[in-house]
Structure formats: C-alpha cells, structure tokens
Design a protein around this ligand. Structure first.
Ligand code: ADP
Ligand code: MG
Length: 322
C-alpha cells in the first residue's frame, strides 16, 4: 500500500466517525470475514431501565412489607456496583439497608452482607439475622422457584434481562471466597427485570455487514433467550450467549480456526481481551477507555453503520493499490 492511499483512507475514516489507530488497521479492516458484536452497549444502547422487581413467595408467605424489605436489600447491594443493571436498579429504588463486605463476581453478579435481612424463607426485619445477599445471573443459583422462573422466562423471551437475588448465611464459607461458578447453595427469592433498547441503527448496520459478505455473530454474557430475542430484532442468526468475561477471547480464537479473519466490536472492560485477540478490534466510542486501548479502530458515536462504512472504504482504498 502506498502511504498516500493510506492517509487518504485514514482521513476519510475520521469523516465517517471512525478513528484509525495505524495504517495496518486498514488492511485488517479490508480482510475481515466474520464480525462479532457484543450485545450490551454495542448492539443495544447499554442503558438499562428497571421494569419490575418482585419477591412473589415472600409476599405470599409473609407480607408486602417483607417483599419491599428484601428488594430494599437488593437495591442496597447494587448501589455498590457499577454494572449497567445495578445502575438501573439504583435509578429506580434507593437502598437503605446497611451493607458490608461487597464483592463483585465477574460475569455472575455481586454479593454483600446485609444487616437484618434474615435467611431464605424468612421475613427481613429488625430481629432478623445479618446474611449475605447474592444478586445476579441464574448461574449463581441452584434453585429458582416456579413463580420466579415464570417471570424471568416471560421477560427473557422479550429480550429483557432477568436477574435474581437470594440469601445465604454470612458464615457460609463458600460464598465469595472461591469462584462462584462452583457454588450450589442459594435459592432465588427475588427477580428483577431490566430492559435495554436496541440502537435504532443496529439493524441497518447488520444488513450492510451482510452485503459486504461478512458473517455476523452476537456474543454476550447475557442468557440465551434474551440474546436470541435481540438477535431476531436486528437480523443476526448466529448467537453465542452466556459467555463468561474471561472466555470471550477464547470464542474469538476458535472463530479464527483455519485462518478466518475475525473482527470484534465491543464497549466494555470485559471485551478488551477479545478486542485484542481479534484480527481487527473495533471499540464503541461511548464505551470504556480499556476497550478503546485494546482496539485498532474506534467508532466515535457508537453507530455501527460507521463500522460497515469503514470496511467498505478500506476495500475501496486498498483495493485500488494492490
Ligand atoms: P454482558 O455485558 O455481556 O451482559 P457481564 O459479563 O457484565 O456481561 O454480565 C453477565 C451477566 O452477569 C449479566 O447479564 C447479569 O446477569 C450478571 N451480572 C453481572 N453483574 C451484575 C450485577 N451487578 N447485578 C446483577 N447482575 C449482574
Ligand atoms: Mg457490553
């Protein structure tokens, strides 16, 4: 490639709303065959809003006040987390319970000890014991009662995300001390449904990727059902869901089998290793610095159509100087 053509290409990239790290990035852009899109914050806006929060069995067996107190505990724990789901809960509900020993379990959720919250099945209250409250994905719980499962399944089939909460004794040595992937003690008692919205430009960007001959893959830590619902909305057939943060780069590596050139678009801290592993990493400009630093290109506005334009441009630019 001649330096002039590359500079022209890079300048046009800036006009399209794409920042290009270096000249090599344009060649990588031209050659991609598969484009992997992170779901939350990339295909969707990544701003969650709370839809419902309930603890149906606690309400039925105790009282509405007991249900409210348990949900207050959930909000109090989530007030310590910076996850978009936690933010949605914090925006809707102020947590007033005392919390200590907060721990984040990447790809799973959060845990903290909450004062007077009581144990599974009990009503929280001034006489109740302190306990650990787990808040997060289904994989944190070994039992999800029917009333809760129904609420979650209904929400997920609409592309929403359900998260669960349950209580375990604070002296339960397994909680938070090892990896939660192996824990199997908590019963889900509360369910919180949050929704995110698909970016209005995502479906059109995905159509353009297809027209450029790319295979499009949706990659997410979120559950299978919600992932498929979002994929259907934007026209993606291939979904890889329930991927733990540490495993996203491995997914990219396996897609690269046989020399396939893979691009990855992501926004989060969790996405950085996958962005670095990809032949072409594209960061969404509205995401984290860590994601941008791991990437070759940055889509300034977060509009995925700019990624399609960059691929088309790199083919035109470099196509003429081979
Ligand atoms: P993604 O950004 O792809 O959804 P994450 O790895 O951040 O993936 O999270 C995966 C899943 O873990 C979330 O969908 C959610 O179910 C759960 N989770 C993580 N952090 C929290 C949190 N603070 N509160 C509730 N759930 C959480
Ligand atoms: Mg994300």
């Amino acid at each position: 490639a001649t330096p002039l053509a590359i500079m022209v290409g890079t300048g046009r990239g800036a006009q399209l709303g794409v920042l290009v790290r270096g000249p090599e990035a344009l060649e990588d852009t031209r050659d991609v065959q598969v484009i992997v899109l992170d779901k939350t914050g990339t295909v969707t806006e990544g701003r969650m809003a709370l839809v419902t929060a309930s603890a149906p069995d606690i309400a039925a067996q105790h009282s509405d006040d007991a249900e409210a107190a348990l949900l207050d505990a959930v909000a109090s724990v989530e007030a310590r987390s910076e996850h978009p789901i936690a933010q949605a809960i914090a925006d809707a509900r102020e947590g007033r319970k005392r919390v200590k020993g907060f721990r984040n379990v990447p790809g799973h959720g959060v845990i903290a000890t909450v004062q007077h919250v009581g144990l599974a099945g009990e009503a929280p209250g001034p006489d109740a014991a302190n306990a650990d409250v787990l808040v997060g994905a289904r994989r944190m719980f070994d039992e999800v009662p029917d009333a809760i499962e129904q609420i979650a399944a209904e929400a997920e089939s609409q592309g929403r995300t359900a998260i669960f909460a349950g209580r375990v004794p604070s002296d339960d040595g397994g909680v938070g001390t090892g990896t939660l992937a192996t824990r199997t003690r908590a019963v889900a008692e509360a369910v919180v449904v949050v929704s995110d919205t698909v970016k209005p430009t995502s479906a059109s960007a995905i159509r353009s990727f297809r027209e450029l001959g790319l295979e499009v893959v949706l990659l997410t830590g979120d559950n299978e059902r919600a992932a498929h619902a979002v994929a259907d909305q934007v026209g993606i057939d291939r979904v890889i869901a329930e991927v733990l943060p540490g495993d996203k780069a491995d997914v990219i590596r396996s897609l690269q089998d046989g020399g396939t050139r893979v691009a990855m678009v992501g926004d989060g801290i969790n996405d950085a290793p996958a962005l670095a592993q990809a032949d072409l990493g594209l960061a969404v400009g509205t995401g984290t610095d860590v994601a941008r630093e791991a990437s070759d290109l940055t889509i300034v506005s977060g509009d995925l159509r700019a990624a399609a334009d960059a691929i088309a441009l790199s083919r035109r630019t470099l196509g003429t100087i081979r």
